[in-house]
Design a protein. Sequence first.
Length: 312
Amino acid sequence: MYLFKNKITLENREILEEYLGSYEYKTSGLSFSSLYMWRNINYFSWEIFGDYLCIAGMSQLEEDKEEPFLLPPLTKTGFYETEGLRYSILEAKKAFEECGFVCTLRLVPIQIMEAIKAAFSKEMLIIADRANYDYLYLTKDLIQLSGREFHSKRNHLNYFLNHYDYKYVPLTSSMAEKAEAFIKEFNERKNLSGHERELLLMEEVAMKDVFHNLEKVGYHAGAILIDDKIEALSIGGNLGKRTVTVHVEKANIEFRGLYQAINNEFSKNVACRVKYINREEDMGILGLRKAKLSYNPIKLVEKYIGVFKADL
């Protein structure tokens, strides 16, 4: 269900990026590349209330349960003004309630959370959302893998480099069918069922669209070919002026060290022009958390949930 009037499309990219680009949000979900990629899975829609652009979404993580949420309002001026921010959030809240939903703010960066606190000092409960903290890395660390802390990563990468003939190439829309075939095979290996399988198929549909629009959306993308077949790929997008976010990274685990190789090659070939790489959140999945921590992030980018006390 779409809660607001406008959907995320290529046609309104310019309007959205005007708001997304005016402020260093620093969190992975607040970029056009991310919003476009997951727009249909999360039913993203937007509307301008007063001075701010508001984006609503629906979480699909829970089976048979709609979890609507409001992303932090986006500023066009680069500043947040208390009364204007309060007005925009209350207008968005009204739209939620007209559809029969409670309005909860999610994925709010810490700096904007402070502005929201000022606007709703006694009315809102602020909760740290650890499962959605982003993992931030220095690009040079992921390229060089220097030091004892990267010993295991170097071992896996060196094994791959010494045992397989491969080619790293930019991933373009002309390779869409090959990329789709890779994703289909990758998902079939997971052998999931029920709701998890449904989510995987939804992602598969989303990725098909992304593969055909890589250049139009402005994604950074690369793939590793072995015997002229895609066996790993990575897709990211710009986040502010100094960061690239990795939205998707997948590799065939039958090749030892391939995950380390696609991470390293993407960092060298695509993200080398920026200082930081954001590898998104772990969603509270312990295995994913362990994997992200193993690359030694320099920082966890905090995100918060804002709940109106009257709705508790």
